[in-house]
Design a protein around this ligand. Structure first.
Ligand code: AQP
Length: 334
């Protein structure tokens, strides 16, 4: 697939204030990738409405996600940041992909199974075809690389299957097979209350997640209350496998300090959790504090943020428009 120009695409749902998992799993990498790639980052509001949203909150969350991108260091002047619903090509291409993708493929998606639970017959059709829209988001720009957290790996594989099937069905080499970029020490940040569950915006417990807008005191008290045990911290990675909460705290500290897990472990082996938790809270305050201040600052000027989105949408349409036209020609639309 070397003939495709390298281009990064990724999206974040405006379903609430972003948390440490979104930051370490995705946004931190968005910022680094700007050095090497042309990047397109999207606030995926059409994905958000696959489950019920309050319209006023959705609107304000959209600006908050944008502010979080910029506060974390995405350069909106050099890269493209925009809102999914304002670029019609996403849903237009998604329709084509609805006709390429197979129901059997979607039925295997674990996120759909988790989110639908026992209510499979009563969830929105959108929740089921979500991965087809995600493939359209990426491929509307012929993006080659997609930075995501580990939970999105299966959806990315489906995007590759859709691209491959489209190319085969129409005997073209039109779409690249996008590569997931899942890297860093915290590709799956776990809940602070349950080390076997992913940290998530929709978890009922506020103490399960650190928000990018949390105050220093909030951060300290959430880390202090994070689930742990009465043992001392083990000295090797193997023992950590049976202690998911401890592993999570070590992973977060390693990711925030840009150190390997082994190196972090050496500093804490045989010590009590209180030492690890104190240091982790200090580190998180150091990392999140400036981002929080900048988010709150940016949110004071919503007109400016709306302008950034408008500018981004215009730039995004310039790329996606001609690509969709080609797709329409390939499938036989006039
Ligand atoms: N816990 C996590 N650890 C690492 N990465 C994560 N991501 C999400 N949670 C973690 C990554 O963040 C990016 C944006 O996620 P999203 O907003 O599109 O949706 P999500 O994955 O469904 O995130 P949430 O927080 O769990 O939202 P809700 O509760 O609304 O479903 C993605 O790259 C994701 O991998």
């Amino acid at each position: 697939m070397s003939s495709f120009q390298k281009r990064v695409f990724s999206g974040v749902q405006p379903t609430g204030t972003l948390h440490l998992g979104n930051y370490l799993g995705a946004i931190k990498n968005f910022v680094e990738l700007q050095k090497e790639f042309e990047c397109i980052y999207c606030v995926v509001d059409q994905h958000a409405i696959t489950v019920e949203q309050n319209p006023a909150e959705l609107r304000s969350n959209t600006l908050e996600v944008l502010a979080s991108f910029i506060a974390a260091g995405v350069d909106y002047k050099k890269q493209i940041i925009f809102q999914q619903s304002s670029v019609a090509e996403h849903s237009q291409l998604a329709w084509v992909f609805n006709c390429v993708s197979r129901i059997g493929w979607l039925n295997r998606m674990t996120q759909f199974k988790d989110k639908a639970g026992k209510n499979k017959e009563n969830v929105s059709v959108g929740l089921m075809v979500y991965p087809n829209l995600m493939a359209a988001d990426i491929l509307a720009y012929l993006a080659t690389h997609v930075p995501v957290g580990d939970d999105q790996k299966q959806h990315l594989e489906l995007s590759r299957d859709i691209a491959q099937k489209f190319n085969n069905d129409f005997k073209v080499d039109f779409f690249p097979l996008p590569e997931p970029l899942i890297y860093g020490n915290a590709t799956r940040v776990m809940s602070l209350r349950d080390g076997t569950k992913k940290m998530s915006k929709s978890d009922a417990s506020e103490f399960s997640r650190i928000l990018l807008t949390d105050s220093d005191d909030d951060i300290s008290s959430k880390i202090k209350k994070a689930k742990s045990d009465s043992d001392l911290i083990p000295d090797n990675k193997d023992q950590l496998q049976n202690k998911p909460e401890c592993l999570n705290l070590i992973n977060i500290l390693s990711a925030c300090s840009n150190e390997s897990i082994e190196k972090t472990l050496v500093s804490y082996a045989g010590k009590e959790y209180s030492k690890l938790k104190n240091d982790l809270a200090d580190k998180l305050i150091q990392v999140i504090g400036p981002i929080r201040t900048e988010i709150l600052n940016l949110l004071n000027n919503k007109d400016e943020l709306n302008k950034v989105l408008d500018m981004g949408s215009e730039k995004a349409s310039t790329i996606a428009g001609p690509i969709l036209k080609e797709v329409y020609k390939i499938v036989g639309f006039r």
